[in-house]
Design a protein around this ligand. Structure first.
Ligand code: NDP
Length: 383
């Protein structure tokens, strides 16, 4: 029987909701490109309810306990994680509240065989250590890609149109139109580029196309020529080549050795003065203090996103107080809609692993001592 350790974010400060803003979720038939939605044998939760916090348990308890397995759920990413990890077979955690599986932790977890990311982005797991110790790493590919793409769209519009400060004027009882519009522009006609055109990056490009903008991208692999033609994309061989042309840059690449620290002083200095930078990928792709400096000097006109390091961000993290930002806590990929998909996908991965059937290739990041599946395509390791 397996011991499954699930590290989730805390319940809302007011307690688990008794009712929800909406009664149902839209029904989706599949993901863009044809990948199917998660296919567990069943689910023990109501889609649209809070599943990603401790009391939601990703809806896994009835299924696991009925089969005799043990489920431990905690929000404690330190003492309880360390104690329970010692004999856990499976660890589940979400990028929004990552259980950092460092090399030391993986070395000390004598039974650990599977680390599941209930979401997308497994950089909180030391992939080199997972490879060395034969730990399989899997994530629920595509579960929240569109959720994040929508957050990127919202962030671009919020920054360029100066939405958040203008909303604050209303909250404060004021009517300072000139103060609001003195930093407000139209997105139409702008040059907008994405670093990476994978599932999220491509979804962002598709959503931007009708805005009458000029689209740019860089990626390790070029998109099919018909997609480039359809969306009018300008391909650049590197971020360094792309960013000087852009009014808005959105980062949609995984954090791995190639992308860590990419947006430092040097690259930001080559951007147009007054460019906007949106990062919903991973905080450490941007240099924390370089971003602050660029906002203070005016080199960047705005920065938004939802990813921080570490998470949760400390109260004195400079991104909370830097000028012209549109940051949120790490929420873009954890809408109630996304939670239903990643809870179902987590169960699908567990069902596969517990019955010894192969985990879908598109969910795999590391398997059998090497990068695998989606991981082999999108990640790199230092070994
Ligand atoms: P995908 O795997 O579909 O796409 C990632 C893309 O990044 C691939 O096209 C890959 O290229 C490209 N890439 C990798 N390295 C580089 C590089 N050095 N330069 C340019 N492109 C690169 O992932 P998603 O689009 O679904 O997600 C992307 C990232 O977004 C995740 O890894 C995660 O970190 C983050 N994310 C954030 C969420 C949030 O809640 N804020 C939720 C979900 C994801 P190729 O495959 O062609 O080699």
């Amino acid at each position: 029987m397996a011991k499954v350790l699930c590290v989730l974010y805390d319940d809302p400060s007011g307690g688990r909701p008794r009712s929800y803003a909406r009664d149902d979720l839209p029904r989706l038939d599949g993901y863009p490109g044809g990948q199917t939605l998660p296919t567990p044998s069943g689910v023990d939760f109501t889609p649209g309810e809070l599943l990603g916090s401790v009391s939601g348990e990703l809806g896994l308890r009835p299924f696991l306990e009925a089969a005799g397995h043990t489920l431990v759920v905690t929000s404690d990413k330190e003492a309880v994680l360390d104690r329970e990890l010692a004999d856990a077979d499976v660890v589940i955690s979400q990028p929004f509240w990552p259980a950092y599986l460092t090399a030391d932790r993986i070395a000390g977890a004598r039974n650990l065989k599977l680390a599941i990311t209930a979401g997308i982005g497994s950089d909180h797991v030391d992939l080199d250590a997972a490879i060395a110790h034969g730990v399989t790493v899997a994530e629920v590919t595509y579960c929240n890609s569109i959720s994040v793409a929508e957050h990127v769209m919202m962030s671009i519009l919020a920054l360029v149109r100066n939405y958040l400060p203008s909303h604050q004027v209303v909250l404060d009882g004021g009517w300072d139109i000139a103060g609001c519009v003195a930093r407000s522009y139209d997105v139409e006609g702008m040059h907008i580029g994405t670093v990476a055109a994978g599932r999220i990056g491509t979804a962002v490009l598709r959503r931007l196309a009708p805005f009458g903008v000029h689209l740019h991208y860089t990626d390790r692999h070029r998109l099919p020529a018909e997609v480039e033609r359809e969306l009018g994309l300008n391909y650049h061989p590197s971020a360094a080549d792309m960013v000087p042309s852009c009014d808005v840059v959105t980062i949609n690449a995984p954090l791995h050795p190639e992308t860590e620290g990419l947006f430092g002083d040097e690259l930001i200095a080559t951007m147009k003065r007054g460019a906007y930078l949106i990062n919903t990928a991973r905080a450490r792709i941007a240099d924390r203090d370089a971003v602050v400096r660029a906002l203070e000097s005016g080199q960047l006109a705005g920065y938004a996103g939802d990813v921080w390091f570490p998470q949760p961000a400390p109260a004195d993290h400079p991104w909370r107080t830097m000028p012209h930002h549109g940051m949120t806590p790490h929420i873009s990929g954890s809408s109630l809609s996304a939670q239903a998909r990643y809870a179902a996908g987590t169960r699908e991965i567990l069902e596969s692993w517990l019955t010894g059937t192969p985990i879908r290739d598109e969910y795999l990041i590391v398997d059998s001592g090497a990068l695998a599946g989606t991981g082999a395509h999108s990640y790199s390791v230092t070994r």
